[in-house]
Design a protein around this ligand. Structure first.
Ligand code: WTA
Length: 632
């Protein structure tokens, strides 16, 4: 199937960003840097690791015991020491670390590195007072507020493993994740604000901890001061009360490089979502390195990554990467179209954002509403633009380049995954950019496009995107299921298979086309067909369900569901609404199908597997291809 598509390469067009934006960038000369890596990969990574502070140095840079890797073996560190102490006890004590903006201009909170350090220490002491110890799992279910970052860093400070769950997930999804890791404590907020409305989160938590016996305490950030939610004293504690009177110092736990730092769930193609495990040492080095070299972060930059820390982009490039680099970060609890379509551009102007990192789906939304919105604002502070989450199509690239970057800023279209922890493929600053193509592997990474046997395919021919060697921030395992981890390295022997389809051009630039499996990327968020299907089937009216991703001009894909009803139920608008509501309540608003069609039968293989590919082809009026395994 991968070889079924080809891309015409004869229209190659490369853009060269302005020299003013690219001169003296950290990236330097790409080829030279890449050669340095190839000549001695261990030495290359070791040099980067030495830019950070370790309590004890490693014995070995890399231990590759296929398919398991260890990095910086026996090295001792704490990532928060490098995110906080390293700056506080050097030159950045009073530098701004985080600027938070709510939905309105009067909601602003600013933390210097010292203030963030003290808040993290106090909250870490608070967690300790609840009995949280190194290795315990803590679930964080909060909106984008400084406390979300404080909670993450406080966990890391004391060696507790955090699992952040995006606030858009519903009861069933949250419950599954809490149980999946056996969380001892859940840290939540009472509400999240969206388009001026308070959306309750605590009620979701209350339901999600039923049948989650590992949970001992729930810490609640009460934001709605006008009517503070009631806390149930047997389980619940107030976030601020927990911090009050705690000492402003909390010695960072000494962590082994290979100790887990966090677990972040990502959708799988079948079964339950996967708890991706990242470790302290390698993840720190990888996110530090890529933030510095891909975004070219400097001390006077104002850096804004629009992703919620509920996703990997928020972990690596909203929290850890920029703080490791001592950057000043803007974070915003802001929907891009509220109160109007200029809100993001207004924030860029107001805070003088220099590095801006967002998703193609947002760019396409802005394209639709028109360039007059960014034109109302002064965006001249911008220096580097980034994109992540799905392919940045040439039209969106062009618009972003023209209307946001004024044809001066380089665009780094970064391809990577929850599993990879850090950027893998992009066009490093200063290199010519090719719209539609993410670019080349960053120095430190060996990527290729291959056929199903692992042989490289020629330029212009589609294939599977693979990584050939381990890298520091790669996932180490899947929580509680190492077999599932091993599959990533066993599908094509010797390679990490990303399950993305891609194409290379004659200069080695890689265009990522989309998933080769049943994952659907909706507005840059991964959603597994299996999760939505099982949510639908859990409704009493549904016998069977099949879900596909349907291409959408703005969101990349939307979810379309086909359902077979149980005898006695009739298709009606009311029932469709009920099913939609059911998915919203169980999986959360991000997983709602935009279309639900009632059908009598679903195409299946003789072994009973639903052939989503056939459904998709039919939906798009295309030839379904090989249907020899179709049951009927
Ligand atoms: C897709 C997000 C094209 C891809 C960091 C990948 C992309 C999945 C890009 C991982 C990009 C991410 N161009 N596709 N620049 N970046 N993807 O785990 O299909 O949420 O496999 O990580 O998003 O999504 P995840």
């Amino acid at each position: 199937m991968a070889e079924d598509f080809n891309v015409k390469l004869d229209t190659a067009m490369y853009y060269t960003p302005s020299e003013e934006c690219t001169k003296d960038s950290w990236a330097g000369d790409y080829n030279q840097r890449y050669q340095e890596f190839v000549a001695d990969p261990a030495a290359y990574w070791e040099k980067i690791a030495r830019e950070l502070e370790w309590y004890e140095e490693w014995d070995q840079v890399r231990e590759w015991n296929y398919p398991h890797a260890k990095w910086f073996t026996n090295g001792k560190l704490n990532i928060t020491h490098n995110c906080l102490d390293r700056h506080v006890f050097n030159q950045r004590r009073n530098k701004v670390a985080i600027m938070w903006r709510g939905e309105t201009a009067d909601e602003e909170r600013i933390f210097t590195y010292k203030q963030l350090y003290q808040a993290v220490c106090r909250f870490a002491n608070g967690l300790k007072s609840l009995g949280v110890e190194k290795g315990d799992r803590v679930c964080i279910y909060m909106p984008v507020v400084p406390e979300q970052i404080i909670a993450m860093l406080a966990c890391a400070r004391i060696g507790a493993i955090h699992t952040v769950v995006f606030g858009g997930f519903g009861v069933a999804a949250l419950n599954q994740r809490i149980r999946g890791v056996g969380a001892k404590v859940v840290i939540a907020a009472d509400v999240t604000f969206r388009r001026g409305k308070a959306i309750p989160l605590k009620t979701i938590v209350e339901e999600a901890v039923v049948n989650a016996p590992s949970v001992e305490r729930i810490v609640v950030l009460r934001r709605d001061e006008t009517k503070p939610v009631e806390l149930h004293p047997e389980m619940e504690v107030d976030f601020n009360d927990l911090m009050e009177n705690q000492p402003r110092e909390c010695a960072a736990e000494t962590m082994d490089a290979e100790d887990p730092l966090f677990i972040l769930f990502t959708s799988g193609t079948t079964g339950e979502p996967k708890g991706i495990v990242h470790t302290c040492g390698g993840y720190m080095v990888g996110t530090y390195y890529t933030t510095k070299y891909v975004f070219d972060v400097r001390d006077n930059d104002v850096y804004w990554c629009t992703a919620d820390p509920g996703w990997i982009t928020g972990h690596s490039y909203g929290v850890y990467g920029p703080l490791l680099n001592g950057a000043t970060c803007l974070i915003a609890e802001a929907t891009p179209d509220f109160p109007d379509n200029g809100v993001w551009w207004n924030l860029i102007e107001e805070y003088g954002v220099t590095i801006f990192y967002t998703a193609p789906t947002a760019i396409r939304m802005f394209m639709r509403v028109g360039a007059e919105w960014p034109q109302k604002y002064n965006l001249s502070s911008l220096r580097v633009l980034g994109s992540v989450g799905e392919p940045l199509n040439p039209e969106a690239f062009e618009w972003y380049y023209q209307h946001i970057g004024n044809r001066e800023c380089p665009i780094v279209d970064t391809w990577w995954q929850t599993e990879t922890g850090m950027h893998m493929i992009t066009t490093m600053i200063g290199e010519p950019m090719r719209p539609g193509f993410a670019g080349k592997p960053i120095p430190g990474i060996i990527a290729d496009v291959v056929d199903k046997d692992g042989n490289p395919v020629p330029p212009g021919t589609g294939g599977l995107l693979v990584i050939r060697e381990p890298w520091p921030s790669m996932m180490r395992t899947i929580w509680g299921n190492d077999e599932r981890y091993q599959k990533y390295w066993n599908t094509i022997p010797g390679c990490y298979t990303a399950a993305d389809l891609a194409v290379k051009d004659e200069n080695g630039y890689i265009m990522v086309i989309g998933r080769s499996d049943d994952l659907i990327v909706v507005a840059g968020h991964n959603i597994g067909t299996a999760e939505v299907e099982s949510a639908l089937v859990s409704h009493e009216a549904v016998a069977e369900a099949a879900v596909i991703g349907k291409p959408d001009a703005m969101k990349g894909n939307v979810i379309k569901a086909f359902v077979i009803l149980i005898e006695g139920y009739q298709a009606s608008e009311k029932l469709i609404n009920e099913l939609t509501y059911h998915v919203r309540m169980t999986l959360g608003p991000i997983a709602i199908p935009s279309e639900i069609e009632v059908v009598d039968a679903l195409p299946k293989t003789r072994s009973g597997k639903i052939m989503r590919r056939v459904l998709k082809a039919r939906e798009m009026g295309m030839d379904p291809g090989d249907i020899s395994t179709l049951e009927d």
